[in-house]
Design a protein around this ligand. Structure first.
Ligand SMILES: [Zn+2]
Length: 473
């Protein structure tokens, strides 16, 4: 499952987003607002063959008992059996048509997708993965979903935007469908940005998105082979100073939810603008490095997480969205935190609790030295040309691994010496990672300096780097 919380995320492992043609055995479900209500939904299922019992393909976390109700057949309820939610026909009968009513619940279950994500203007995102049913087949039957907006509203799903019924068929993994009247940005990306967020932030995101997608496409030389969708909802946070961001990624789709405290609603809060920009740019990068191409390397998350961090930093710096000093802080923090948290272990062993951020920090550090090394050979090289080479090497929907990434790096001019440093960080031994990395940073011109001028021998490493290699073109 692809899921992210507070900026942590995983790229999608499932590249099967091309809908299969509808088969006779598909279960269909029609979804719309219940007549005259804003918060209640009507679901009508048609099963291809009568079944005595069916179960939902994904867990309901108890909400199918509290917020879902079976209207037809009468007398049937959704029973929770362990992690599964089951519908059983009365003795001697079977299920064929099911009518259900669901009250909206905006609750984020731990480690699962939120089923309903409200926008501040009454629009809502619905996670279709919650709708899947099966009667026990080895492979759940295809689900054909018909989504109907209310009069005056639209449904936006999988690149379609319509004021009428939309048909969606996809993997059991599901997607988010938008029901509402908000305007969509449609310029290389279909995006619905919550109109209730502070005006300057809203305008900033709407300006940023087309430029960001155009930059990723042009600089990698690789357009997406699908129409991406981006949903950004907004709401208040009870803590006055807080900036809370969460979201999820699904095939072809980035979903972000931004919650701001009362003190963060000022006309233009620079910290909010920066953090939102970085999150949007990071998640959008996964459309290239986690979907257009994918990897399944255990312990290899540094590739897509570090790559997304580097894409975001370079793109936002080049678009003039990030102050140079902020870029310096981010790179310096990546060096310091990577060296401090590896604790001598290979980077690939960071899939443990408390260590996962190594994939971001060390991944960004690796991206930065790879880029600087390539630039010494080819002044026009950058993180996009390195990944562009990989994306062309593996082709659309191709799979990559560390060997193919290193090969692409080498082809774009990353030196054998730098690649050896990268390999060692990833595979170990890392007992002397600090001296290895600092030596490489010096050779590349990053001029690492201890934060307070003192050696960091007895404390957590803290280093400041120069930006000369990052800024030189
Ligand atoms: Zn990520």
């Amino acid at each position: 499952m692809a899921l992210l919380l507070l900026g942590a995320c995983t790229a999608r492992r499932d590249a099967t987003r091309t809908p299969a043609p509808a088969r006779a055995s598909a279960i269909t479900v029609r979804v719309q607002h219940a007549a005259g209500t804003a918060d209640t939904w009507s679901l009508t299922y048609e099963l291809p063959t009568p079944s005595h019992a069916v179960r939902f393909t994904r867990p309901g976390h108890g909400y199918r008992q509290s917020h879902w109700r079976v209207l037809e057949p009468a007398g049937v309820s959704i029973e929770r059996q362990g992690d599964e939610d089951v519908l059983t026909a009365p003795e001697g009968s079977s299920l064929r048509t099911l009518r259900l009513e669901v009250s909206t619940y905006a609750v984020k279950p731990e480690k699962d997708y939120q089923v309903f994500i409200p926008y501040s203007d009454g629009s809502v995102l619905l996670y279709t993965g919650v709708l899947g049913l099966t009667s026990g087949e080895a492979e759940p039957p295809p689900l054909l979903v018909f989504l109907t907006p209310r009069p005056g509203e639209r449904v936006v799903v999988a690149g379609q935007s319509s004021a009428h019924e939309v048909r969606w068929e996809g993997s059991p993994q599901g997607t988010y469908a938008y029901f509402g009247s908000g305007p969509a940005v449609q310029d290389g990306v279909t995006a619905v940005v919550d109109p209730g967020m502070p005006r300057p932030l809203h305008e900033h995101i709407e300006r940023l998105l087309p430029r960001l997608f155009a930059l990723y496409t042009a600089r990698t030389g690789t357009p997406l082979t699908f129409e991406p969708a981006l949903f950004i909802s907004f709401g208040p946070s009870p803590n006055p100073g807080s900036i809370d961001m969460s979201g999820g990624t699904l095939p072809g789709l980035v979903q972000l939810d931004i919650r701001l405290g009362a003190n963060r609603l000022a006309e233009a809060d620079p910290e909010v603008t920066t953090r939102v920009s970085e999150l949007v740019a990071h998640e959008a990068a996964h459309l290239w490095n986690g979907e257009l191409a994918v990897h399944e390397v255990a312990g290899g998350d540094w590739m897509h997480e570090g790559g997304a961090e580097a894409f975001a930093l370079r793109a936002l710096a080049d678009l003039g969205t990030l102050p140079v000093e902020h870029v310096r802080t981010r790179l310096s923090r990546a060096v310091s935190e990577c060296l401090s948290k590896l604790e001598g272990a290979p980077l690939r062993e960071s899939s443990r609790p408390g260590k996962y951020t190594n994939y971001y920090r060390c991944g960004l550090l690796i991206s930065a030295i790879a880029e600087a090394s390539a630039r010494q050979a080819r002044p026009k090289a950058d993180i996009f040309s390195l990944w562009g080479r990989l994306l062309r090497d593996v082709g659309p929907r191709g799979h990559y691994d560390e060997a193919s990434l290193y090969a692409a790096f080498a082809s774009e001019g990353v030196s054998p010496r730098t690649l050896a440093v990268i390999r060692r960080l990833v595979d170990g031994p890392n007992s002397d990672a600090e001296s290895q990395v600092l030596a490489e940073l010096r050779l590349l011109g990053f001029e690492p300096q201890a934060c307070d001028g003192k050696s960091s021998r007895h404390r957590a490493p803290c280093w400041r780097v120069a930006l000369v290699p990052f800024l030189s073109q």
